[in-house]
Design a binder for this molecule. Structure first.
Ligand code: ADP
Length: 160
């Protein structure tokens, strides 16, 4: 039985939706590696270091979790770390097509690695980092979506 799982993503920035998935995965796997992708083509608002730092702070106190940065193919990183499972979050039907394509592509690249999907609590099922950035730029109250230090960081970037 594989005990190591990787939860890869951009996390730009981390939200309560991501944290919900991290907590669920942490209940199932003894070692969970949250792998923050460099992803320069997505033009993240926050630097890699900032994204890693925010997840570390948001998951402080949770056991069996490692937060790392990575670049390149996630399946190669998974092999390097001897992980056989990739965790992804599924919110709405709208996530399905992209996630399905990605899971099957990863399976083609590495048939020994499985993608497992977890659903967040329904109150986070519409939450996305992209929408949060839009809402932050308009000055919305984000306290039910992200920890307060993430809200401050978003507003510092988008409404200095
Ligand atoms: P990526 O660029 O890899 O899609 P994201 O940070 O946007 O990075 O998402 C990482 C993973 O977390 C994806 O599987 C995404 O579906 C999932 N995710 C994002 N927001 C939520 C949420 N609110 N609830 C559950 N899963 C989520």
């Amino acid at each position: 039985m594989c005990q190591v799982a990787i939860y890869p993503g951009t996390f730009d920035p981390v939200t309560y939706g991501h944290i919900d998935i991290i907590k669920r995965a942490q209940e199932i796997f003894s070692d969970l590696i949250v792998a923050v992708a460099h992803n320069p083509h997505k033009k993240p608002l926050f630097s890699l270091k900032e994204r890693v730092g925010m997840i570390k702070k948001a998951t402080n106190g949770l056991k069996g979790i490692e937060i790392v940065e990575f670049d390149g193919l996630v399946v190669e990183y998974a092999r390097k770390r001897k992980a056989k499972v990739l965790i992804r979050g599924l919110r709405m039907l709208s996530d399905f097509e992209y996630e399905f394509q990605m899971a099957l592509t990863n399976r083609k690249l590495a048939s020994d690695i499985e993608t497992i999907f977890l659903m967040p609590h329904e109150s986070y099922s519409y939450l996305s980092s992209k929408l949060l950035k839009e809402a932050a730029s308009l000055g919305a109250d984000l306290s039910s979506f992200v920890p307060d230090f993430v809200e401050k960081a978003l507003k510092n970037k988008l409404r200095p």
